[in-house]
Design a binder for this molecule. Structure first.
Ligand SMILES: C[S@@+](CC[C@H](N)C(=O)[O-])C[C@H]1O[C@@H](n2cnc3c(N)ncnc32)[C@H](O)[C@@H]1O
Length: 331
């Protein structure tokens, strides 16, 4: 199994522990001699295990901070490992040639969460940034520019935050004095708005998730990435996707099973023509067991779904029926 990569210096954020690794490898098997795209390279935990199992790996990540991990694997597995900087929404153009498997491990890495300067954590003081690629609109830009209604809609749609209106009002009131620039400033405003009960989830958890998803366009990336994998993989190719919350998992589940969740067919209506399935052998969702959770509590909310590509031609990209949350009023 993949040996964990150790931090090079003390004080460096601890590297990401790969989640559901055995299950991911099983979902992509057989691996020896295959070519696999790791669309979310991170610290390279999946890539390393795939390489050790005899696969060739093309790894993608949008975060320039993962370079040192990629360089290490290039040196260790010459000719079998390639790293490409970019987003997995374009994985079918970043990876060329025949590909047997694609893996996506959606969300943030432990390095991103733990590095205060990235601004992902409400527990660590840092700039309110949250940009995985370091480019584009930051969380501070959103928090200081959206009006109260837009903010509330964003927190509700992307974070399922039930107290979104109250939080948005408190944010707008707080920033009237001075812009909210740091993670802890925002966490304090949220705490003031909704209070904090001992033993309960931190009140800023959902708001931070919502902002991170918005800043990085994570739902759009997921949908585009799934369809890109569908285009890239030929018959028999395998796709494995690990998600970290129910909103993402719902998208993956519906993508693999478009027939499920659709309108029930009445026997009095003409039979609707069913499309040929693009995905076969859709596996039941896998969750981490007690041993993994003890080793890595951050695996807590992860879910793996995997399936095998059929011979049917890829579908055009469509958000319909996937249950992708949309921010009301946004374009
Ligand atoms: C959960 S971590 C992956 C960890 C990896 N499986 C490992 O074992 O080390 C997610 C990684 O995907 C990257 N990422 C997230 N969204 C992305 C996207 N749309 N395109 C490319 N990389 C993305 C993040 O920068 C982060 O490094």
């Amino acid at each position: 199994m993949g040996e964990r990569i150790q931090p090079e210096t003390s004080g460096e954020a601890a590297p990401h522990i790969p989640v559901l690794l055995d299950e991911v490898l099983a979902a992509l098997a057989p691996l020896s001699g295959s070519r696999v795209v790791d669309g979310t390279f991170g610290a390279g935990g999946y890539s390393r295990a795939l390489l050790e199992a005899g696969a060739e790996v093309i790894a993608i990540d949008r975060d320039p901070g993962v370079r040192s991990f990629a360089e290490r694997l290039s040196a260790e597995f010459p000719g079998r490992f390639t790293f490409v900087a970019g987003t997995f929404s374009e994985l079918d153009t970043l990876a060329t040639g025949p590909v047997d498997g694609v893996v996506l491990d959606i969300g943030v890495s432990s390095m991103q969460l733990d590095e205060a300067g990235r601004g992902f954590s409400f527990m660590r003081e840092g700039p309110l940034d949250m940009r995985m690629s370091g480019e584009g609109t930051s969380a501070a830009d959103l928090v200081n520019s959206l009006d109260a209604e837009e903010l509330a809609n964003l927190l509700y749609a992307f974070g399922e935050e039930r107290k979104s209106r109250r939080i948005a009002q408190f944010i707008v009131a707080a920033r009237a004095d001075a812009p909210i620039e740091t993670t802890l400033e925002l966490a304090r405003v949220i705490e003031k708005a909704v209070g904090r009960k001992p033993g309960e989830m931190h009140p800023a958890t959902r708001a931070f998730q919502a902002l991170r998803i918005a800043v990085n366009g994570e739902f759009d990336q997921l949908v585009e990435g799934l369809f890109a994998a569908e285009r890239l993989l030929g018959e028999g190719g395998r796709l494995a996707v690990v998600t970290f919350h129910s909103l993402e998992d719902r998208i993956v589940k519906r993508f693999f099973n478009p027939e499920k969740g659709g309108p029930a067919q009445s026997r009095h209506l003409p039979q609707v023509v069913r499309e040929e399935p693009r995905w076969l052998d859709v596996a039941k969702a896998a969750k981490p067991g007690p041993a993994e959770l003890q080793r890595n509590p951050r695996a807590r909310s992860s879910t793996l779904r995997g399936a095998k590509r059929s011979a049917a031609p890829a579908r055009p990209v469509s958000y319909e029926g996937l249950g992708v949350p949309r921010v009301r009023g946004a374009a």
